[in-house]
Design a protein around this ligand. Structure first.
Ligand code: GLN
Length: 546
């Protein structure tokens, strides 16, 4: 469509958590809906090489791409909005930039020069920004700069943006600056000063904002827009209001109303045509007009921070819309579950999802939850650690084995039904060493999953170290838990089911990463449907009894 790739930089000022990722994804959606090939990348200013080693409490979920990159959760939003896969190139951290510069220095690639932030770190950043653009696959690359303008750690990124704007030339690169316009209730006024200061901070680094996206809780009136334009060096149509929305999925339409795509395309000298948001709006319509409601228990140990299970929560929104059901997710901390309170905590639920996780805390609570739903025919969905818990519970309580565990939790357990693969045993590094990314899996005939996926081979994304121990497969299957998905190359068990239960499925992989607005994940769709059936049947039984 275009010959040169165009670049849009999204920076943020005043405070963190303004939702740059959602604005970037919404703009990308509007551009994609006009036929442009768009991708988004996120540059994170922290020193971790990737977020894989970050505690979910700190930074929310770690999102995994097909190529096995452990990335920022914003990439999840990009995929969910655009329905286009991302990769390692879409997420770069300061740690990764420094790692690669230091490796080049060790190889002697800088020919005896003193290696410095400018130009070496900034050149590396510039090169990473352009990798996707130079692939020829995209007309427009949106680069989200993590952090807040003015922070020490953001400086090299802002400098790289400053240089790139010159290198790429007019109409080829623009800067969107996201800021906050706070409302002071005592004064009854919206305040523009924080935005003015933020734009000024950006200018101190030599970067002019082309467009302002202003987060606000109240409508920006004409006079506020005029003031912002006048004091921040932008045209009035470049002041875009981003008002709090009831769902992130409303933001593309809100940006359309505000004309964000229009002003972006004008500044990039690109043609605008009306965006085709048919599929998006059909989804929104179903999402907002559910015909029934179900409650799913999400059992995990990071439940205090909603972002820890971001992709799972979003996958429920997609699957709910598909079924025209409102899915209420009740977060339950596995650390507070035990045999005595399990009925009280779970009996009202229409389905239970046991979440992914690491380490021992809350483990027995998860196992009690699996036991309860297995015995009470409540639909069960186990993801990664959740699947491993289902195997342990079954081996203990149905197979009757004693001292059963995963070697992650107890390295000397007598029956390690979940164990490390040989290849993992000698690995000591924690970052980037798990079984990561897309692996294929063959589905058994006459299984729930075969019915759900409607194909015999699938590819799903993984992020784990431990595996189902095939030494126990024959016994476990004979007792009624069946391995219905196998890795064709390694024979590793990827899926277990209990056929003698209304809906009991555990998967070693993370289906939630691949659920998008345009393609809700079939397993989530089927689980929501099973939970709805459970609710209807339960009601039927209680009505018959009364
Ligand atoms: N801790 C488990 C493992 O490493 C499960 C990981 C997960 O749930 N993502 O195998």
């Amino acid at each position: 469509m275009t010959t040169t790739t165009k670049y849009i930089f999204v920076t943020g000022g005043v405070t963190s958590s303004l939702g740059k990722g959602i604005i970037a994804a919404s703009l990308a959606k509007l551009l994609q809906a006009q036929g442009y090939r768009v991708t988004i990348q996120k540059l994170d200013p922290y020193i971790n090489v990737d977020p894989g080693t970050l505690n979910p409490y700190e930074h929310g979920e770690c999102y995994v791409t097909d190529d096995g990159a452990e990335t920022d959760l914003d990439l999840g939003h990009y995929e969910r909005f655009l329905n286009v896969p991302t990769s390692q190139a879409n997420n770069v951290t300061t740690g990764r930039i420094y790692q690669s510069v230091i490796q080049k220095e060790r190889r002697g690639e800088y020919l005896g020069k003193t290696v410095q932030v400018i130009p070496h770190i900034t050149d590396e950043i510039k090169q990473r920004i352009q990798i996707l653009g130079k692939s020829g696959d995209y007309d427009i690359v949106i680069t989200e700069i993590g952090g807040t303008v003015g922070d020490i750690e953001s400086l090299p990124y802002v400098e790289a943006v400053r240089q790139l704007k010159w290198d790429l030339g007019e109409h080829n690169a623009i800067v969107i600056h996201l800021t906050l316009v706070p409302y002071l209730s005592a004064a009854g006024e919206l305040k523009t000063k924080p935005t003015q200061h933020s734009v000024k901070t950006l200018m101190e680094s030599g970067v002019m904002a082309d467009i302002l996206v202003c987060r606000t809780e109240h409508e920006l009136g004409e006079s506020i827009r005029t003031k912002l334009a006048r004091f921040c060096n932008v045209t009035q149509d470049s002041v875009i209001q981003s008002i709090d929305a009831s769902t992130i999925y409303d933001v593309p339409n809100l940006m359309l109303e505000e004309g964000l795509d229009k002003v972006v395309l004008k500044k990039l000298n690109l043609k605008r045509s009306p965006p085709d948001l048919t599929i998006w709006n059909q989804f929104l319509n179903r999402h907002k007009n559910p015909t029934s409601e179900i409650t799913i228990g999400l059992i995990g140990k990071y439940v205090e921070l909603q972002d820890s299970y971001k992709s799972i929560l979003e996958a429920f929104i997609h699957a709910g819309a598909e079924n025209e059901v409102k899915v209420k997710v009740e977060s339950i901390h596995s650390g507070y579950l035990d045999e005595d309170n399990i009925k009280l905590k779970l009996s009202h639920l229409d389905g239970v999802l046991v979440a992914p996780g690491f380490g021992e805390r809350g483990l027995e609570g998860k196992i009690s939850a699996v036991k309860y739903v297995r015995e009470h025919n409540i639909p069960f969905f186990g993801i990664c650690l959740g699947m491993q818990m289902a195997v342990i519970e079954f081996s203990r309580n149905v197979l009757g084995l004693k001292d059963v565990n995963s070697t992650e939790m107890n390295s000397t357990t007598a029956n390690p039904v979940i164990d490390l693969m040989e290849e993992q045993k000698n690995i000591t590094d924690k970052g980037g060493t798990m079984r990561l990314g897309a692996w294929s899996c063959e589905l058994k005939e006459n299984s729930i999953v075969r019915n759900v996926y409607k194909t015999d081979t699938i590819s799903e994304r993984h992020r784990h170290r431990y595996e189902f121990n095939n030494d126990y497969k024959t016994q476990i299957e004979a007792a009624g838990m069946v391995a219905t998905g196998l890795n064709p190359d390694t024979n590793l068990v990827e899926i277990i089911e209990i056929p003698n239960h209304p809906w009991f499925v555990g998967v070693q992989y993370h289906p939630e990463y691949k659920s998008t607005v345009a393609n809700p994940h079939p397993l989530f769709v089927a689980f929501v449907k099973a939970a709805l059936n459970h609710k209807i049947n339960k009601k039927g039984v209680s009505m018959a009894q009364s």
